[in-house]
Ligand binder design. Structure first.
Ligand code: FAD
Length: 631
């Protein structure tokens, strides 16, 4: 109940007030009443850590996020395997910020979010960029934008190639890995989008996907304007060309999909929340080092441990997995020594190779009052609209609150001559081809149902009531960064340094993205939407076409933000190539320590990252089952 009240009234975040006005309060009370009458059983989550400490398990999974819930659920299907899942956060299942698709930014700066910022970014005017990450069962699937995307097939063929013939390498090629996407997915076709080939999509999985139930007029205009700008339409979310949002009205998280009450009732599975893992414990030296357990703490700092008979699997995400590895003595020896951590295995690639999708956000004043600015009410009119939307959502699970904020997106190539004709775009402004194949993108463009700045953390200057945002994403960044330890204290957040825009190619790609945004908003029917009263506001970008490339570059450097897709910090690759795990996801030299989350991406996919993480976790569960041989 508290969670619902916090969500509606804005929680702790300084810019997270969602509801205001008396009409909205009536609706909120109604929702509270409905809510009080429909709580589901929570299953057996363990919050007193003494209840799981000092015991032995076959497999300990560290981090109950996107991948961790899949692993715990799949591994415990075998009643003979005793599994422990340790998650720092709490359950997100009953939190309205989780299940209302558009409410995810209400988690920003809350107790359920890690609240991290990057180091000052040298090539981005020394700004620290906010990096929200879920601290909840289900991890970032509680707060992602629900855009469901397999990524380009050739991205996975590249993954296989980067393994350089190690055993198991070919199992990561798209044809071999694709069944794991199908395994987790349950796709619901929609009449309005007949172009999806359902035979390529999963039908029996636990994660429900489909076209979004809310699709506003501004998004229809975006699709028409995109076509007029030369972008081909695609009904299928999972080609390189076009994509539309996902779940129907209610968000699916890896917790809600995989840790159902039936799964939690299994006697061989324990799921502990509020458990912060400090480090992996080892036995042996040199080539005989084995993971034998983990040490963890509760919120008061009390320390516990437990033993792993067979394996420890790290699934703490692309920031915390390398942190835990390094705190455990697995990482670049020089760095570990510099923070007084005893080296167990010198693996230079740990925490290196960090990639993220950088995004540049632009803002437009909307002439019509149909965008969803009232999700962050500024006026009484907004509050009344919000109350209506809330009521509709509660009664039907549909309507504006079921938007995922980004209802459509385009995946493109920055060297496409149809979009960037050579007579207008010179060879020197053309980014190098960083894609994995002709049918793979390096640029994404999308429209948001409300304009925002800095992931919504800071307000922008424009007093008008209705806006929309346009955004461009660099999908194949050449810049690459690091996760490093600040100290050997596990409670210290790690140092995040993505080196945004260090490589000029990323800047060129984003400048092209801005040119494309400009060309698209100039097409009808989007062009007619723009309210020219906003032309003079510096925080709106109505004037992109008047800017030189140098000015656009400066705009990119001053405003770059994250699309929240960090990956590649414990890469699957040969040790000599900076790899951390082999194609069986085993840490090089420590065969019973695995990693299964976004850290292991050998290279960043040119798309959204949740789907490949689900698929990795499904595959990892099979790999572990095959190896530990408990029949
Ligand atoms: C705001 C936002 C929007 C996004 N939008 C999209 C989108 O629309 N589509 C898409 O495909 N992807 C999106 N993503 C990215 C996608 O959700 C992530 O790439 C993916 O969920 C990462 O999964 P993971 O298992 O690697 O990590 P996570 O899901 O982050 O899981 C890691 C888990 O480990 C826990 N943990 C960390 N440290 C410890 C510790 N020491 N002890 C115990 N537990 C620990 C965390 O609390 C967390 O639950 C978005 C992400 C965010 C944050």
């Amino acid at each position: 109940m508290n969670a619902l009240r916090n969500a509606l009234m804005g929680g702790k975040g300084k810019h997270s007030r969602l509801l205001g006005g008396s009409a909205a309060t009536v609706a909120a009370l109604y929702v509270v009443w409905k809510w009080a009458n429909k709580e589901e059983p929570r299953g057996k989550l363990i919050t007193v850590l003494e209840d799981v400490a000092d015991q032995e398990y076959d497999v300990i999974v560290v981090g109950g996020g996107t991948a961790g819930c899949v692993l715990a659920s799949r591994l415990s299907e075998n009643p003979l395997i005793k599994v422990l899942l340790l998650e720092a956060g709490q359950s997100g299942k009953d939190n309205p910020n989780t299940f209302i698709p558009c409410a995810y930014n209400k988690y920003w700066n809350s107790e359920h979010e890690w609240g991290m910022f990057t180091e000052p970014q040298e090539y981005a005017t020394n700004r620290k960029v906010y990096w929200p990450r879920g601290k909840l069962l289900g991890g970032c699937t509680n707060m992602n934008a629900s855009m469901f995307h397999y990524g380009a097939p050739s991205d996975y063929d590249e993954w296989a190639k980067l393994q350089k013939g190690q055993p198991g390498a070919q199992d990561w090629s798209y044809s071999a890995f694709h069944p794991y996407f199908n395994k987790f997915e349950k796709f619901s076709p929609a009449q309005a989008w007949p172009g999806v080939d359902v035979t390529l999509r999963g039908a029996e999985g636990l994660v429900h996907t489909g076209h979004h139930s809310y699709f506003g007029p501004y998004t229809k205009d975006f699709l028409k304007a995109s076509r007029a700008a030369g972008i081909e339409h695609s009904d299928d979310v999972n080609t390189h060309k076009g994509t539309l949002g996902v779940t129907k009205g209610r968000r699916v998280t890896s917790e809600s999909a995989y840790l159902t009450p039936d799964v939690l009732a299994r006697s061989n599975l324990k799921v502990a929340t509020g458990a912060y893992v400090n480090r992996v414990l080892f036995d042996g030296v040199g080539s005989s080092v084995r993971a034998v357990g983990v040490e963890f703490r509760d919120a008061t700092g009390a320390v516990f441990s437990c033993k792993a008979r067979k394996e420890v699997v790290l699934a703490a995400g692309a920031i915390h997995t390398p942190q835990i590895l390094m705190l455990s003595g697995v990482g670049p020896a020089d760095h570990l020594k510099s923070v007084d951590v005893t080296v167990v295995a010198d693996i230079p690639g740990v925490g290196s190779g960090l990639k993220d999708h950088a995004v540049i956000d632009t803002r437009y004043a909307n002439k019509y009052s149909d965008t969803l600015d009232y999700l962050q009410p500024k006026t009484l009119g907004h509050s009344a609209k919000f109350a209506n939307a809330l009521l509709k959502y509660q009664l039907t699970g549909t309507g504006p609150l079921s938007t995922n904020i980004v209802e459509a997106a385009a995946f493109l190539r920055s060297d496409d001559p149809a979009l960037f004709p050579p007579e207008k775009f010179t060879a020197e402004t053309t980014p190098e081809d960083t894609t994995t194949g002709e049918a793979a993108p390096d640029l994404e463009m999308f429209l948001s149902v409300i304009a925002y700045k800095d992931s919504g953390l800071t307000a922008f200057e424009y007093p008008g009531e209705y806006t929309f945002g346009m955004h461009a994403v660099c999908l194949r960044p050449k810049s690459s960064g690091t996760i490093r330890l600040k100290s050997n204290n596990p409670a210290d957040a790690p140092l995040i340094d993505p080196h945004y825009l260090e490589d000029q190619n990323d800047v060129k790609t984003l400048v092209r993205g801005l040119r494309l945004i400009d060309a698209t908003v100039k097409q009808e029917p989007l062009a007619s939407r723009i309210n020219h009263l906003g032309d003079t506001y510096p925080d709106l970008q109505h004037d992109l076409s008047k800017k030189t490339d140098a000015e656009l570059e400066q705009f990119v450097r001053e405003n770059i933000s994250t699309l929240y897709h960090p990956a590649c910090t414990a890469r699957m690759a040969p040790l000599a190539d900076g790899g951390v795990v082999d194609p069986f996801l085993r840490v090089h030299g420590i065969p019973n320590l695995r990693v299964a989350d976004a850290s292991v991406f050998p290279s960043i996919v040119a798309g959204h990252t949740a789907a490949p993480v689900y698929a990795i976790a499904e595959k990892a569960s099979d790999l572990i089952n095959q190896d530990i041989k408990i029949l």
